[in-house]
Design a protein around this ligand. Structure first.
Ligand code: SF4
Ligand code: SF4
Ligand code: SF4
Length: 296
């Protein structure tokens, strides 16, 4: 019996998700036992073919990305969106805050532009689901290798697969004291970068110590790997529910832990709250309707 065919395409991203897959090491050999890889960065020089499972990494950022995605989707039975760029639009999606002409002028100077060999940018950065049906979504920048292999295994077997949907604080092992008590006392009187603090309690919740942590606004499922390693969560798995604005919730949560008005003094709230999920938020469509979407 022939093996299921697996293809992997890379759109706009950093290829870190691909590195996460390579981190499977001997797990890749086991994967090769059960699938035939018909097209992938691993198989240089191949072209997209009919396949049973298609891995899509990266966001749609150029006209070429859009063509490649549409062609690949038409040839695939099951599509797995791999990583925050593909699922949420990712960190590059922050360019949606600006018209494309401004982005190009910033990079190439006024009147300048990329060479003719560089594909035209789309007016907005898009998550893959803006164009095609996604069967399995694996957020994370990059997704953990085991999570990725688990999702690929489910896609190969034709099983449903999903990540947990509660927020990161649920799986974070740091102690929560004030946050779980009903009180008029504020949890913090200011927010800091981690490096601005002289000392930090390694076991206590970051937010309670005045360090911005995106845990309350972020979907669980990574094992709270950053907070376990001593860094606050940056929100890379996106919002904890599909109808949930991650940046809006950031403002909401910070307003609840800080004294009245303190939130007004925070820098880059939008970039913090929507670091990975701007393209799936309400922002791009609202902006387009205002006529800000111009590449002319
Ligand atoms: S999700 Fe993160 S690791 Fe994956 S391609 Fe995008 S930026 Fe790179
Ligand atoms: S805010 Fe951050 S540090 Fe605090 S419990 Fe949630 S994930 Fe953990
Ligand atoms: S803790 Fe937050 S930033 Fe770190 S991997 Fe998990 S979701 Fe991403």
């Amino acid at each position: 019996m022939s093996k299921p065919r697996l293809a992997h395409i890379v759109l706009g991203g950093c290829e870190g998700c691909y590195v996460s897959l390579l981190d499977a090491h001997e797990g890749l050999v086991e994967l090769l036992d059960v699938v035939e890889i018909v097209h992938s960065p691993l198989t240089a020089g191949t072209s997209m073919k009919e396949c049973d499972v298609l891995l899509v990494e990266g966001a749609v950022t150029t006209e070429r990305d859009e063509r490649v995605l549409m062609d690949a989707r038409a040839k695939a039975d099951t599509l797995v969106a791999v990583g925050s760029c593909a699922v949420l639009g990712g960190i590059g999606g922050l360019r949606n805050l600006y018209p494309t002409r401004e982005v190009l002028a910033d990079v190439y100077g006024e009147g300048g532009g990329p060479s003719k060999n560089v594909p035209d940018l789309t007016a907005r950065v898009h998550a893959v689901s803006d164009f095609v049906k996604v069967d399995i979504a694996v957020p994370g920048c990059a997704p953990q290798t085991e999570t990725l292999l688990s999702a690929i295994g489910a896609a190969i077997d034709g099983r449903a697969w999903d990540m947990p949907r509660r927020n990161m604080c649920d799986e974070c092992k740091r102690e929560k004291r004030a946050m779980l008590e009903h009180s008029v006392d504020f949890v913090s009187d200011a927010v800091y970068g981690l490096m601005e603090l002289e000392t930090i309690d390694p076991d206590l919740c970051f937010l309670e110590q005045g360090v911005i942590c995106m845990g309350p606004m972020t979907r669980e499922g990574c094992g709270a790997r950053c907070t376990t390693a001593g860094m606050p969560c940056r929100g890379c798995q996106g919002p904890s529910r599909v109808d949930f604005e991650q940046g809006g919730k950031t403002i909401d949560a910070l307003a609840a832990v800080l004294p009245p008005g303190a939130i007004m003094f925070l820098d880059d709230l939008i970039g913090t709250g929507y670091r990975y999920s701007m393209p799936i938020s309400i922002f791009p469509s609202a902006y387009d309707h205002e006529g800000g979407d111009s590449d002319e």
